[in-house]
Design a protein around this ligand. Structure first.
Ligand code: SF4
Length: 356
């Protein structure tokens, strides 16, 4: 078993500085720890940092977040994707506020809150409150697979990797510095034990079975995923002569739930022809095909044909916003890409759907 003390000594000299992390000698702020862990799901540290900084400036405490309008929370989250996270985040802040404003300290009580699953409960408990548990994300799975040379492919290997990762903090050193140990594992996976590991710099290299066997780069193995299905839709950017754009709000639940969007067709397996698409437009107008946007969601790839038109006045379902003041709208990245294309005058190359 690799010694926790070696990893902790490495961490003391190499820890990453991040805006949600406590500095040595400081107490971690559970609100910042929780918020960062929710933001970091499916998103990289580099992408999260500016969102995190803006978010805590806008909502500096869990109470401030609990008291905010949902639209303001969604707008602050816009661009981070996986919008159910933002709705759950808001619901969780309200639940904590209703319980007196303090985060619970145990894994079990954290798990009872909205949007907190096993990983986040372990991460908040370990980092914020020093509970000796190991949250298992992709980085930690990679480290565990290599240290113990676990060759079963993912996802079948998940239970074995979780068990192996949990065993890493069996020592008193790890348990008495549970917060640092957990963050040290994250940092080892993110900076040294990366897909192409720098084993020469690793504090655990003498204890790593995969390195000894010469198979570190091959682990963790993965079962090949089936290709993502492709879906198609058409979107309409309708502007009036006063420079206002027609928008609508998506239903509160489901993909991009509660977010703002351009009006458009439903999404389906087959592409839309121009005639069929413009028949579904919110108004008759001289529609021009501005381009095509490709966006990859977790479970499918979406191609959106973007149409643009300007009319004297808009008479259609939805609401109007000045084109110059869209920054505060809860527009997800895919809609911002569509708006950008629609509002450029020149023709664009159209990305092609890969053959199916
Ligand atoms: S020795 Fe290499 S493969 Fe093993 S844990 Fe360290 S960096 Fe990862």
């Amino acid at each position: 078993m690799p010694p926790a003390a070696d990893l902790l000594a490495w961490y003391d000299h190499n820890r990453r500085r991040m805006p949600w992390r406590a500095l040595p000698g400081e107490n971690p702020d559970p609100y910042r720890v929780w918020l960062s862990e929710i933001m970091l799901q499916q998103t990289t540290v580099t992408s999260v940092i500016p969102y995190f900084e803006r978010f805590v400036e806008r909502f500096p405490t869990v109470q401030a977040l609990a008291g905010a309008e949902e639209g303001a929370v969604m707008a602050a989250w816009a661009g981070l994707g996986y919008y159910a996270r933002a709705r759950n985040l808001h619901a969780c802040a309200r639940a904590i506020d209703a319980q007196g404003g303090q985060f619970p300290h145990t894994v079990e009580a954290l798990r009872a809150l909205p949007g907190i699953g096993p990983y986040t409960a372990n991460a908040v408990a370990a980092i914020a409150f020093g509970v000796p548990v190991v949250p298992v994300d992709g980085n930690v799975e990679r480290v565990a697979a290599r240290i113990f040379a676990i060759e079963t492919p993912l996802p079948a290997a998940k239970p074995a990797l979780a068990q192996a990762a949990a065993s890493l903090n069996h020592e008193a050193a790890a348990q008495s510095r549970a917060s640092d140990f957990c963050q040290a594992l994250f940092d080892l996976g993110a900076t040294i034990c990366t897909p192409r590991p720098a084993c020469g710099l690793c504090p655990w290299s003498a204890h790593c079975r995969a390195r000894r066997a010469g198979i570190a780069e091959q682990l963790p193995r993965r079962t090949a995923k089936p290709a993502r299905p492709v879906r198609h839709g058409a979107l309409f950017c309708l502007q009036d002569e006063a420079g206002q754009i027609l928008l609508r709000r998506r239903p509160p639940h489901g993909l991009l739930g509660g977010m703002t969007e351009l009006p458009g067709t439903a999404w389906r397996d087959a592409p839309f022809g121009a005639d069929e698409a413009t028949q579904a437009a919110p108004m008759q107008a001289a529609w021009r095909q501005a381009g095509r946007v490709r966006h990859v969601f977790t479970h499918f790839e979406l191609f959106l044909d973007v149409y643009a038109a300007t009319v004297p006045t808009i008479d259609a379902d939805g609401f109007l916003r000045p084109a110059t003041r869209l920054a505060g709208e809860a527009l997800p990245s895919v809609m911002r890409k569509c708006l950008e294309i629609a509002r450029q005058p020149a023709a664009h190359s159209v990305p092609r759907a890969r053959p199916r």
